[in-house]
Design a protein around this ligand. Structure first.
Ligand code: GLV
Ligand code: MN
Length: 195
């Protein structure tokens, strides 16, 4: 859903300041600008959620600048969860390369659409809707996701709500979640990564 390009390509000059949409074009262009080797696994998924994402977006692969597309390699440990998140700037389409993944998204009316997918199966997440993936198999799961934006962005709900800097006031979160300060502080302690 990015805007249309007005030239064949515009390799992003990441050292320049981003302009209104993406990066200014780099002047010297070579073949290597159109290739990227960063999506290969295996990725280390030993983290609390059991998920690691390797992105090929404009920031890692500047050849995508102005072209309105990007991809991720997502690997999930058995039981691992890619936590509920949304992409403000893109629809997501993905395919399972290996393993067995419970994929779900929520409509703006809070209907959950979900399915367990295996290798070769494809899912779509409409732009801006909250979604998640859960490895329900016994082995590592791997999927490739793609986006109609060079930089889809990700709002990851747990860390957005409980790990922001500065913090959302406890009065807001206790009221919003209809719970107490102890519960909110406990959640914040798991997501706040700054001093
Ligand atoms: C999966 O949801 C991803 O954003 O790559
Ligand atoms: Mn996603």
């Amino acid at each position: 859903s990015d805007s249309d390009p007005l030239q064949d390509f515009c390799i992003g000059d990441l050292k320049a300041s981003p302009s209104i949409n993406g990066f200014p074009c780099k002047s010297a262009v070579s073949a290597s600008d159109f290739f990227y080797s960063g999506l290969g696994g295996p990725l280390d998924t030993s983290n609390p959620n059991g998920v690691t994402v390797a992105p090929a977006n404009v920031l890692t692969f500047p050849g995508l600048n102005t072209l309105g597309i990007s991809m991720n390699n997502v690997e999930l440990a058995p039981g691992g969860v890619n936590p509920p998140h949304l992409h403000p700037r893109a629809t997501e389409v993905g395919t399972i390369i290996e393993g067995s993944v419970f994929v779900g998204f929520l409509t703006t009316n809070n209907t959950l659409f979900s399915k367990v997918l295996n290798a070769g199966e494809v899912f779509v997440i409409p732009r801006g809707l909250v979604h998640f993936q859960w490895n329900v198999g016994q082995v590592k799961a791997r999927m490739i996701t793609a986006f109609n934006s060079q930089l889809p962005g990700a709002v990851v709900l747990p860390s957005t709500l409980f790990g922001s800097n500065p913090e959302i006031p406890n009065a807001v979160l206790t009221r919003a979640f209809r719970t107490d300060v102890t519960t909110v502080q406990n959640l914040k302690s798991k997501f706040m990564r700054y001093e």
